[in-house]
Design a protein around this ligand. Structure first.
Ligand SMILES: Nc1nc2c(ncn2[C@@H]2O[C@H](COP(=O)(O)OP(=O)(O)OP(=O)(O)O)[C@@H](O)[C@H]2O)c(=O)[nH]1
Ligand SMILES: [Mg+2]
Ligand SMILES: [Zn+2]
Length: 363
């Protein structure tokens, strides 16, 4: 006999998930085949934060038989197959945790997180940790841009406890995911807030000033004062999932007024075009050069991703066509000249890997 229970996924390990159910038990669950099939186009059929239906077995294990639709999601492209990888589902807030130093503040990574949050329906806040260490030059200026765009900016030190009240208050009663570069102090902040969590932390590397990827899995943790928090492994580079090149400018809120004035309107990438109003605003010092550099990098990535996607779709269509006719066409492929390079599935995969910055949680 089995019971049907509602629960939330707190951790995913391969094809097994831990699910917290209403009565407070955590059940280790496998995934029913039909659920796997429903999500063949995603890298992970179940994500931390998913609301699921569990058939509990008498031996204490369970099977996930259904997944409720997601209210929000934080996604990126998977490392190898160009599928969507949902890092976490159904969280209200993303707290992008960075630090003054060791590792230093990384505005481009912050911008990528803000875009992923906007696309997935999460409210985004910033937390600059390691206040006890000297701040990098130009930090206040960039933080002011984020504040003007409506993002709350927390300043903390997990070492001294400074700013921890604001941190606690921002997390209370909601579900928040902490994400950012390795070593910024995500797990340390959570331990300071709730010592019972006892999350692993580790010194950043002496040689590189970078973190050691101490947290290796995404996990959803209940907070004593109400709400949930998600600790996540440090990310070196966040690839963006399905951001169109023409959409990028609208994701940089402070560019809107200049985009509206740009006489090239929709046809402009706002990068090289002479006479572009956005470029003029950058040259006049009205737009932060740091943010503009981010814009250009993300635009280029979105363009490369779009090209890779078009090739991948064409290559898939070709495979289907060949399967239908039942024969591998000789012809152009056979006649390929020396030194000539064709773009195929493999090139597309390699392109996506490069965008993804390899496997982030790998040591
Ligand atoms: N000086 C200083 N060090 C800190 C602060 N917060 C954390 N650290 C140190 O930074 C190192 C990395 O902290 P972690 O909490 O492991 O960082 P993380 O962001 O969880 O890293 P990953 O799990 O690898 O993503 C540890 O040695 C912490 O003691 C801080 O406010 N000031
Ligand atoms: Mg950690
Ligand atoms: Zn323009």
């Amino acid at each position: 006999m089995t019971d049907l229970l509602e629960g939330v996924v707190t951790r995913v390990e391969g094809m097994l998930s831990q699910v917290l159910v209403r009565d407070g038990r955590t059940i280790r669950c496998a995934l029913r085949g039909v659920v796997k099939d429903l999500r063949t186009r995603t890298a992970n059929p179940v994500a931390v934060g998913d609301r699921v239906q569990v058939e509990a077995r008498e031996d204490g294990t369970g099977v996930i038989g259904g997944i409720h639709s997601r209210r929000t999601k934080l996604s990126r492209p998977s490392a190898h197959r160009g599928h969507e990888q949902v890092l976490v589902a159904n969280v209200d807030r993303l707290l992008v945790v960075t630090s003054h130093a060791r590792p230093g503040f990384q505005p481009r990574l912050v911008d990528r997180f803000l875009i992923a949050a906007a696309k997935g329906g999460l409210e985004a806040l910033l937390c600059v940790n390691k206040l006890d260490l000297p701040a990098p030059e130009g930090l206040e200026e960039v933080l002011e841009v984020y504040r003007r765009l409506g993002h709350r900016v927390l300043r903390t030190s997990a070492a001294t406890g400074e700013g921890l009240d604001g941190f606690a208050e921002a997390l209370r009663g909601v579900t928040t995911v902490l994400a950012g570069p390795s070593g910024a102090g995500k797990s340390s902040l959570l331990n300071r807030l709730q010592p019972g969590l006892a999350l692993s932390t580790a010194e950043v590397s002496e040689a590189t000033g970078k973190g050691r990827h101490t947290t290796t899995a995404v996990s959803l943790l209940p907070l004593v004062g109400g709400g949930f928090v998600v600790d996540s492994p440090g990310i070196r580079e966040l690839g963006l999932w399905r951001v169109e090149p023409t959409e990028v400018a609208s994701l940089f809120g402070e560019l809107a007024v200049h985009v509206a004035r740009c006489r090239f309107s929709n046809g402009c990438s706002h990068r090289q075009e002479p006479g572009c109003a956005v470029r003029e605003a950058v040259e006049a010092g009205e737009v932060s050069p740091v943010r503009y550099a981010s814009y250009c990098a993300i635009y280029e990535e979105a363009e490369a991703e779009r090209v890779a996607r078009v090739y991948a779709e064409a290559s898939e269509a070709g495979t289907r066509r060949r399967a239908r006719t039942g024969s591998e066409r000789k012809g152009p492929r056979g006649r390929q000249r020396p030194g000539e390079r064709r773009t195929g599935r493999r090139d597309v995969d390699e392109g996506l890997d490069a965008l993804d910055g390899a496997e982030d949680s790998a040591r």
